[in-house]
Design a protein around this ligand. Structure first.
Ligand SMILES: Cc1cc2nc3c(=O)[nH]c(=O)nc-3n(C[C@H](O)[C@H](O)[C@H](O)COP(=O)(O)OP(=O)(O)OC[C@H]3O[C@@H](n4cnc5c(N)ncnc54)[C@H](O)[C@@H]3O)c2cc1C
Length: 494
């Protein structure tokens, strides 16, 4: 099939945060994208309220971080307390710029983020978006994928052909059902009421930390959001009916400890069933899934959406390389193998935290926690290693740090490193690049040496290496200590 026979390069099904981020990244890589989204409007009510510094880097890559940072609140962390307010577990998030060049943790309003992502997409010629279109089915063969969809206002059905289809179509994904419905249920299922309220006046006594009120009868989460929006999440007991529980009188009776209708208004209430699952298959031929379509986790770490953004950061550049005929065989297969164990770490931790919230037992609440007898246990943020994939089979020296996210230092003129490398792989070395490239005609990545950017010396010192190769999703592919190892590293193709 000729390139011109395809209607587009990639069809993205669903324009939630996962789909909209993917489309932005694909467009950065110069491929054509069609987004098919069932709803006419953005889902108007808040779901996610937190994302972290790694995710802000993806937004930086896309080019929305400057606007986004005006809309967020810097988060100072989360505390798990018992009925007497004793701290069982503390997860402090310093209000200082961290090693990724951003604050470690942000609070935000999900519709604000989705609006920014879509506004950006509207400015890109190679992205076409169809709202109010429901994907009904998809087929795939060796040559192309075909997506069948319905225009909900006219009722007309049509289809498009593309090289790849990515289902970012949420928990009930139609693309997942075509790939194969099998899911690994990680065992968590609880009903929680989510109540978003708008404060009518300042209530500083609520504090700016997220508080998990642990209890084996009525666990409750409190968290702030930008401006005057605040959230409480309250677990329903098995015998409690959703209808009864969402009545304003019931909600106010639970919240009266903190607020009342004089000082706040209920913006909305909804009962969600928090689940945990990972799809066993994330890809089949030309079809892929990402985000909630591929995995679900309870929101106690604020990582469900973040995990979806990590999925598409991993997948997008691989799809770009494949579409531009620049990929080595098997590159796309590394998407599933790298992402599944990574997201599983977050799911497992979120479930453990769920156990603590429900049972008030801090023992083994978090694997990287430190015992601190005065103030409970302290938890650190997770930065797990990718599963088996690119670089896994390099020699032991070269694969040191492989699969870990690289940090992002500020360079000369205060530039952030990702802004210098752009949406490309980057090779950073202490050796003069001219010398390294003496026998190489062309490299598919950007090369920077510490002669041009002396601040990168500290970055290499922190890794205890002479050179590092970083992928476009900012994960480390490999490192080198000697000149020979550096030559081996830059000859890797993927
Ligand atoms: C109460 C709550 C709190 C949360 N808190 C956090 C948090 O603090 N941090 C965090 O990271 N995550 C959090 N999450 C999780 C986060 O909200 C989700 O992980 C995230 O919204 C998933 O994004 P997505 O784009 O993958 O899926 P969705 O947002 O569900 O988007 C899927 C899109 O696909 C469209 N679609 C579906 N089927 C079709 C079809 N057949 N044809 C066309 N379009 C289709 C839908 O209309 C929708 O727009 C929370 C979730 C909840 C419920």
């Amino acid at each position: 099939m000729k390139n011109t026979d395809f209607d587009t390069d990639v069809v993205v099904v669903g324009c939630g945060p996962t789909g909209a981020t993917l489309a932005n990244l694909l467009a950065l890589g110069g491929v054509r994208v069609l987004i098919l989204e069932r709803e006419d409007e953005i889902y108007p009510l808040p779901r996610a309220v937190h994302f972290d510094d790694e995710i802000m880097r993806v937004f930086q890559t896309i080019g929305i971080s400057e606007k986004l940072k005006e809309m967020v609140q810097i988060n100072s962390g989360m505390r798990f307390v018992d009925k007497e307010n004793n701290i069982l577990l503390d997860w402090p998030r310093p209000k200082e710029i961290g090693r990724h060049g951003w604050y470690p943790s942000y609070r935000f309003h999900q519709p604000d983020l989705e609006t920014l992502l879509r506004e950006k997409l509207h400015t890109i010629d190679t992205v076409d978006m169809k709202f109010g279109t429901e994907v009904l089915s998809v087929t795939s063969n060796k040559l192309y994928a075909e997506v069948f969809f319905n225009d909900r206002s006219s009722g007309l059905s049509t289809s498009v052909r593309s090289k790849y289809v990515v289902g970012c179509d949420g928990a009930n994904s139609i693309i997942r059902s075509v790939i194969g419905e099998e899911k690994h249920d990680c065992g968590f299922q609880e009903r929680w009421l989510v109540a978003d309220v708008l404060l009518k006046e300042e209530l500083p006594e609520l504090g700016d930390r997220t508080i998990q009120h642990c209890s084996n009868t009525r666990p409750i989460t409190y968290c702030g959001q930008p401006k005057n929006r605040r959230r409480w999440e309250i677990r329903l007991l098995d015998e409690e009916s959703e209808l009864e529980f969402t009545k304003p009188s019931k909600v106010w009776s639970i919240l009266k400890k903190w607020i009342n209708p004089k000082v706040a208004e209920l913006e909305r209430t909804a009962v969600y069933t928090f689940r945990s699952m990972v799809s066993k298959k994330w890809m089949k031929g030309r079809l892929f899934i990402a985000g909630d379509a591929a995995h679900l986790m309870p929101p106690f770490m604020g990582q469900g959406m973040c995990a979806g953004i990590r999925d598409v950061a991993n997948l997008a550049w691989k799809l770009v390389a494949e579409i531009k005929n620049q990929a080595e065989a098997g590159l796309l297969d590394t998407y599933e193998s790298e992402r599944v164990p990574h997201v599983q770490k977050y799911i497992d931790t979120a479930i453990k935290l769920g156990g603590l919230i429900n049972a008030t037992d801090p023992t083994n609440a978090f694997e990287s926690s430190k015992k601190n007898t005065k103030n409970g246990t302290t938890m650190k943020s997770l930065y797990p290693e990718l599963g088996i994939g690119l670089g896994s089979f390099l020699g032991s020296n070269l694969k040191k740090h492989r699969g870990l996210i690289a940090s992002q230092p500020r360079l000369s003129k205060n530039q952030l490193m990702d802004d210098l490398s752009g949406y490309k792989s980057v090779f950073i070395s202490r050796s003069p690049i001219k010398r390294l490239l003496a026998n190489i005609s062309e490299l598919p990545f950007l090369c920077i040496d510490t002669i041009a950017e002396p601040r990168l010396n500290q970055f290499l010192d922190d890794l205890s290496v002479e050179a590092v190769l970083i992928r476009p999703d900012r994960y480390i592919l490999g490192t080198a200590k000697s000149f020979d190892e550096q030559e081996a590293l830059i000859s890797i193709r993927y």
